[in-house]
Design a protein around this ligand. Sequence first.
Ligand SMILES: [Zn+2]
Length: 313
Amino acid sequence: MSFRLFDAPLREPSQFVGFAGNRIDRQSENRADDAVEKALADGTARLMLMHAGRLYLKLDDEAFDPWFKADESQAFEVSLGQGVLLGFSEEGPVLAMPAGVEPEKLPETVKAIDYRSVYMQGLVDEAAAGALAQGAALLAWHASHAFCSKCGNRSEMRAGGYRRHCPSCGTDHFPRTDPVAIMLTATREKCLLGRGRHFAPGMYSALAGFIEPGETIEAAVRRETLEEAGIRLGRVVYHASQPWPFPYSLMIGCFGEPLNEDIQADLNELEDCRWFFREEVRTMLDRTHAGGLITPPKGAIAHHLIRAWVDSE
Ligand SMILES: [Zn+2]
């Protein structure tokens, strides 16, 4: 008997985006209320320390090491009670902890580097970047959900950090993941790229927007493309997704087929939006564009959408 559903080898585009290399065994069925305590008592436990959107990294022979032992972490004013258990690696339990020491007060051998730079500059391996996405999202959710949204009283962390419980009204609250649609509108000849007002100089990217309650992914892709660029879409196809810990999103990458050509850009959202032919986009990807225009860097899902289209001839 064959268990194969498809004939072609399975190749998930999501495996190639930044933050996608998480290899932690989450063991979600084993998240007891004392899971963090137990994990910290295990001598093999490894901790990621985070502070205000930055990851602490040990500088070790020119390389960055994001992992701290539990006893090592004491020097960094770690709030053990606010830590979360990410799961288990082959080496042992993996946790993420909020730390209190301000970046300028760290010892010479430890640097606090913002998550975006850690990922853009590839300062840690893919497995660690994946763990960072998981830990950063969870810690950010706890930091902004200390109080019960039903009755307003203080809630408590449970289940290794995967739930908050309100002792006053009994409500349980669960970590959020906010879906964002990111879409490349394209024909065989050209694709639609826009420039946000906060973008790096010369950068153009795929359009993106939050998926709203009651919307399918496809409906959100069509709505955002119409609102931002005045382009109506026919067929919409899912391509890949990316964990995006700013603070706890999931980027959902799609392709869309345009039904009209005339762009009406929403200039509140975008500084510019236009069609680019394939050869020009190839030079933007390769950083050889005559006018210095570029696409987002390799780890970004936008890069993968654009690359997949350019290579799809
Ligand atoms: Zn409550």
